[in-house]
Design a binder for this molecule. Structure first.
Ligand code: UDX
Length: 426
């Protein structure tokens, strides 16, 4: 059992702290947001993350997990402190380290002698050294231990990871951090901090590359009359390629891939390398948003001016309420730019939500949103969309047309109900 402090209670920090508590460690989680700490202390999780609320409750009850306001109130007797604070993007594409630096300064004088600081936030290569320099505590070791958690399945990913990466030149500290994960069966890659930080960016850059490749192949499938689902099935059985991350879509988004790919291009530039491949990957993704807008325009007969578009799904993927860098919002803005009138439904977005483009009207029902629509756009793959009756949808629409940008509806069924069905790559 180790005494652990976790600074930052976003989906990464909260999942990390809660899972360590679940594994028997004694954990204190800190955040600067007082309201959030109050909600968490009452056993509730203020965002959508499968299984996390149950685990938080369990660990609060067992006494293994506590929440406090402010990093400095968490570290007094910790052996290991995890930094899980956000690293937003600067205007030039680089990562903004101000949250990490602020948290580090706050805990510097309070860390017990010989403590270990572990950075889990995604930070530019070399940041472990920046944290070391900010701490000014030669007795404290700073380690990089990047996370690979997907939103929506973060708990499962934490407890059953593909690998654990630890970046440190201090063998004893690396062993101590490895031992926190005892009981989890996964290969542990121990390396130097710069390599650990690079692994995180390389992983997300590779995943983004895979997806842009898939979306590009989908575009070609449309041109040559192939079916992208079968093409990807055929690709996925190749062990060198693998079956995951082969679903075409409206473009990739979220809090990580867009930010990390842009940061990687920037890191490469600073290192004297023009990462043309990754620039192309980002460009293909931006084209993909436009391709979906084009599909919707074609589905309403060539002009979106004054046409009503119903949107199903606003989050960047199903299973999360996160709207950061969501393809849906970019596509909605593109539609508004071409004169369309937008109404949208998402199971996690309330009708009084005012965070999006003001032109989007949020409706709290998947059928009502279709009233009078000229076309339906399916932009997030929420399960519930598969069970909505196309007959009921069709009766409400002005025109039976659907653009299924996630290929998640039953095409034959919708076509039987006289829908002009357009998917991606088929
Ligand atoms: C990602 C990484 O997977 C995770 O390892 C990292 O730590 C954080 O970034 P996340 O942002 O939660 O996780 O989402 P992910 O499930 O990877 O999806 C990213 C985007 O790709 C989403 O917009 C999703 O809809 C899209 N996607 C994913 C596809 O279009 N097709 C796929 O087959 C998979």
């Amino acid at each position: 059992m180790t005494k652990i402090a976790v600074i930052g209670t976003g989906y990464v920090g909260l999942t990390t702290g809660t899972c360590f508590a679940h594994m028997g460690h004694e954990v204190v989680c800190a955040d600067i947001d007082e309201d959030k700490i109050a909600i968490l202390s009452s056993g509730k999780v203020p965002f959508v993350e499968d299984g996390l609320d149950r685990l938080v409750k369990e660990c609060l009850e067992s006494g293994k997990l506590r929440f406090v306001v402010g990093a400095k109130n968490a570290v007094a007797d910790c052996e290991v402190a995890f930094l899980c604070v956000p690293t937003p993007q600067c205007a030039n594409g680089s990562a903004d380290l101000s949250f990490i630096e602020a948290a580090t300064r706050e805990i510097a004088a309070l860390l017990p002698p010989g403590a270990i600081v572990v950075n889990k936030s995604t930070v530019p290569v070399g940041s472990t050294r920046v944290v070391e320099a900010t701490l000014e505590r030669p007795d404290v070791t700073v380690i990089s231990n990047p996370e690979f958690l997907r939103e929506g399945s973060a708990v499962g990913d934490f407890l059953g990871p593909d690998r654990i990466v630890i970046g440190s030149e201090n063998q004893a500290a690396a062993s101590k951090v490895s031992s926190l994960y005892l009981g989890i069966s996964a290969p542990i890659v121990v390396t130097d901090p710069a390599s650990a930080e690079t692994i995180k960016y390389a992983a997300n850059a590779f995943l983004a590359t895979k997806l842009s490749f898939v979306n590009a192949i989908a575009a070609i499938c449309e041109g040559v009359g192939a079916d992208v689902s079968d093409v990807m099935r055929g690709l996925g059985y190749d062990n060198r390629i693998g079956p995951e991350f082969l679903r075409p879509g409206p473009g990739w988004g979220g809090s990580c891939l867009p930010k990390d790919t842009r940061a990687m291009v920037r890191i490469a530039k600073d290192a004297g390398y023009d990462f043309k491949l990754l620039r192309g990957v980002i460009e293909i993704n931006e084209d993909q948003f436009d391709r979906v807008v084009d599909k919707l325009e074609a589905a309403v007969g060539g002009s979106l001016q004054g046409r009503n578009v119903a949107i199903w799904g606003l989050t960047f993927k199903a299973g999360t309420d996160d709207l950061r860098d969501s393809p849906s919002l970019t596509i909605a803005s593109g539609l508004v730019g071409r004169g369309a009138v937008i109404r949208a439904y998402d199971p996690t977005v309330a009708a009084d939500w005012d965070g999006g483009p003001s032109e989007i009207e949020i409706v709290d029902d998947p059928l009502v949103v279709c009233n009078g629509a000229d076309v339906l756009a399916v932009l997030t793959e929420w399960d519930e969309f598969r069970s909505v009756s196309p007959r009921a949808v069709g009766e409400r629409m002005e025109n039976r047309a659907v653009v299924d940008a996630r290929n998640c509806l039953d095409r034959a069924l919708w076509q039987r109900h006289e829908f002009d069905y357009r998917g991606i790559g088929r």
